[in-house]
Design a protein around this ligand. Structure first.
Ligand code: ZN
Length: 345
């Protein structure tokens, strides 16, 4: 089948590629429709590795996907051919200790699309467990369906934050993950989001998504703005989505006493943070690794209209132009948030 293959660092090809897949009793075969380009796909393209995951063999990219079921295994009862679906890209070992304890995202044996040596889904079809394949309501498009994966990260962060209705939250970083975290936090009950970045076009877009106050930290003082909005008390929650070393170290400055910080963005280098500053506020600190148990909730929020990802889908490419799409994503203009590839109409 024709697939977008990362041959090695800096070399992409749209070419014929054989993937051996058999349909097990609990699997479905899916014809791909829309696939989003993620920062991780781009990082494998430009760096050939993310941490311990190194591209040693040609690998198909892509893990944010929607499609249509074309075949179901004998034991599948919840899906049928023709169903419009989106897919959770990480498949854990169902018998692992982490899975049995409900933390299937932390299973060390998890097989995650486009994480070496596991192939991604920029290709016509894929075989996937039915348990990780979710029906899309009629009013959720394939493009939105392919956004469920990044939204799931924001949903997991919002869940970890234990939002109370009316909470004020800071979201650091207005990239795709910052945007979906802000949307998930609002859907989860936050009254106000204060969003930081240094790229003004991203902040301008964020301000159109809901009660979101943009703060350009290149020229504005975050703490002063938060103090003014909260009568000097501070924000209930801080979602660190930038991965930026300075931002990630400064999360307690504008946090309220008893507030919570959720680390979402992955810093490229180990970071230091001020434990004493966290102590005097008895800050709760949470971390997320991908997500678990949130796909149905994300889809439900999209279908109900409480969470609208459409403004985040800024650029769409044809499958034939996949290499061009990745080169665009490498040098993404600040006005763009999410680029997607339409594998088939
Ligand atoms: Zn992703």
């Amino acid at each position: 089948m024709e697939a977008l293959v990362l041959e090695k660092k800096d070399v992409l090809a749209l070419r014929d590629f054989d993937v051996a897949e058999t349909l097990g009793p609990h699997d479905v075969r899916i014809a791909l429709r829309t696939v989003g380009i993620c920062g991780s796909d781009v990082h494998y393209y430009t760096h050939g590795a993310i941490g311990q995951f190194i591209v040693r063999e040609p690998m198909i990219l892509g893990h944010e996907a929607s499609g249509v079921v074309v075949e179901v295994g004998d034991a599948v009862t919840n899906l049928k051919a023709g169903d419009r679906v989106c897919m959770e890209p990480g498949i854990p070992d169902p018998n692992s200790k982490a899975t049995l304890q409900g933390m299937y995202n932390l299973d060390p044996a998890v097989r995650f699309w486009a994480t070496p040596p596991v192939h991604g889904i920029l290709r016509p079809t894929v075989v996937h467990p039915a348990a990780f394949t979710f029906k899309l309501p009629d009013n959720v498009s394939f493009a939105e369906g392919a956004m469920v994966e990044p939204v799931a990260v924001g949903m997991h962060a919002a869940t970890k934050a234990r939002i109370k209705p009316g909470d004020v939250a800071i979201v650091m970083g207005a990239g795709p993950i910052g945007m979906v975290t802000a949307l998930a936090a609002l859907a989860g009950g936050c009254s106000q989001i204060i969003m930081t970045d240094v790229q003004q076009p991203k902040l301008d877009l964020a301000a159109t998504l809901g009660p979101i106050t943009p703060v350009n930290i290149a020229r504005e003082n975050l703490k002063a703005i938060v103090d003014e909005m909260t009568d000097g008390w501070g924000a209930n929650l801080v979602f660190e989505c930038s991965g930026n070393e300075k931002a990630a170290a400064s999360v307690f400055a504008a946090l309220c006493p008893g507030g919570a910080v959720v680390y979402v963005g992955i810093p490229l280098q180990p970071i230091a943070y001020d434990v004493a500053a966290a102590m005097v506020k008895e800050a709760r600190v949470e971390h997320v690794f991908r997500y678990a148990h949130v796909y149905p909730r994300a889809i439900a929020l999209m279908a109900s209209g409480k969470l609208d990802v459409k403004p985040l889908i800024t650029d769409t490419f044809r499958f034939a132009d996949s290499v061009e799409a990745f080169d665009f994503a490498v040098n993404m203009p600040p006005t763009s948030v999410k680029a997607q590839i339409v594998v088939a109409e």
